[in-house]
Design a protein around this ligand. Structure first.
Ligand code: ZN
Length: 386
């Protein structure tokens, strides 16, 4: 096909199917659902954004923003930094009840209405479109948007078939263009085509998309202002967690730290609270490291102290089949039996028999004095010596 958009066509042929499959998987859409999104409008609207905003919008559309859901995957707190009551996902940005977030939403919805009507998007489409956004954001519209047009109703139903979030992310059904076309023609006829610079229906569908991204942008910047302000609910929660952790370390000082490290905990709560957040977190990380070191030292000591006779005394099963190739421990009742076993194996006494290297429910591994190691299935308690 010869086309003036050859580069676009080549790119489309190379990437479209893969992208469609990714989108279908990501939103759990069928192939047919993924294909009824107005990608042309997405492409045009994206080209009008700055590079940084375009990248941010893509992240938002596909759920890649660094918000609570992503943070949770890295073991961090997923709470909304604004209200501090719900885990933060893309949809919560629109639903958050924090006063500043609500205000940003309301202001942007007003701007959306003014802008779309100024572009001459038919009022019935503006009303239907806005009512869907209020619904998806779980918010009450300020006034009831009557819906007199069956065309708009069709667009709403088809958009709903993609899930309520799709309209917020900018995955708009192609039916919106069709609906605008139907109502727009009538509008043009009424106005005798005298309106200068009137946008075409496909252009108006781009305006709808641009408006939801403007709404996202307003909410995103408000959310980030709150996140980095002193009253951020998330930061307050982090501060509370830090203080609780500090007190827990102090309470368990004797059990968790070497006595030679106790001077490291010589910090008063008042001093701790007066420090900047980074310094407080850094101290807690140091304490955590010291605690781990002491804990692993204790574990190592316990492993060395484990005795071979006590180890087998617990694990010898009541009945087992002896064989010529293995040394049975079935009749061993005191340490002299272990000594004789050790003598049989190595010609030495149990004291020099070996050290348990590792053990679990089925295998016990021993290191012998000459440096060799051996293992046994503890279920039959026999020693394979070859
Ligand atoms: Zn919130």
């Amino acid at each position: 096909m010869v086309t003036s958009h050859l580069q676009d066509q080549i790119q489309y042929a190379g990437q479209a199917e893969e992208m469609l499959q990714y989108i279908a998987d990501n939103f759990e859409w069928t192939d047919a659902q993924a294909r009824c999104v107005n990608y042309q409008a997405i492409g045009i609207a994206k080209q009008r954004l700055s590079d940084s905003r375009s990248i941010r919008t893509s992240k938002f559309m596909h759920g890649w923003l660094n918000i609570g859901t992503q943070k949770e995957k890295m073991g961090k707190d997923p709470l909304c930094p604004c209200c501090g009551k719900f885990n933060e996902d893309s949809l919560h940005l629109f639903q958050c009840k924090h006063t500043a977030m609500q205000k940003a939403f309301d202001n942007q919805m007003k701007t959306m209405q003014d802008s779309l009507l100024k572009d001459r998007v038919p009022r019935a489409v503006v009303n239907g479109f806005k009512s869907m956004i209020y619904h998806a954001a779980h918010r009450e519209p300020p006034v009831y948007f009557g819906n007199e047009s069956p065309f708009v109703q069709t667009a709403i139903e088809l958009q709903e078939s993609l899930g309520m979030e799709a309209i917020l992310r900018g995955f708009h059904h192609i039916q919106w263009t069709e609906t605008i076309s139907k109502l727009w023609v009538a509008l043009q006829a009424q106005q005798d085509r005298k309106t200068p610079n009137c946008k075409s229906p496909p252009e108006l569908a781009v305006s709808l998309m641009a408006q939801v991204w403007d709404l996202f942008e307003a909410l995103w910047s408000t959310r980030n202002e709150i996140l980095h302000s002193p009253e951020s609910a998330l930061l307050q929660q982090i501060d509370r967690d830090c203080t609780e952790q500090f007190l827990e370390f102090k309470r368990n000082q004797t059990e968790w730290f070497r006595s030679t490290d106790h001077f490291m905990l010589d910090v008063s709560l008042n001093d701790f609270l007066s420090w900047p957040r980074d310094r407080r977190r850094s101290l807690l990380q140091t304490w955590e490291r010291l605690k781990k070191v002491y804990s692993s030292e204790n574990d190592a000591q316990l492993r060395v102290q484990q005795r071979i006779d006590t180890f087998f005394a617990i694990r010898v099963p009541p009945d087992r089949n002896d064989s010529d190739e293995s040394y049975s421990l079935s009749d061993m009742s005191d340490s002299s039996d272990y000594t004789s076993l050790a003598s049989d194996l190595s010609g030495d006494t149990i004291l020099s028999f070996g050290v348990i290297l590792s053990s679990d429910e089925s295998i016990c591994e021993l290191r012998l004095p000459d440096g060799e190691s051996m293992s046994s299935e503890t279920s039959r308690i026999g020693w394979d010596m070859d």
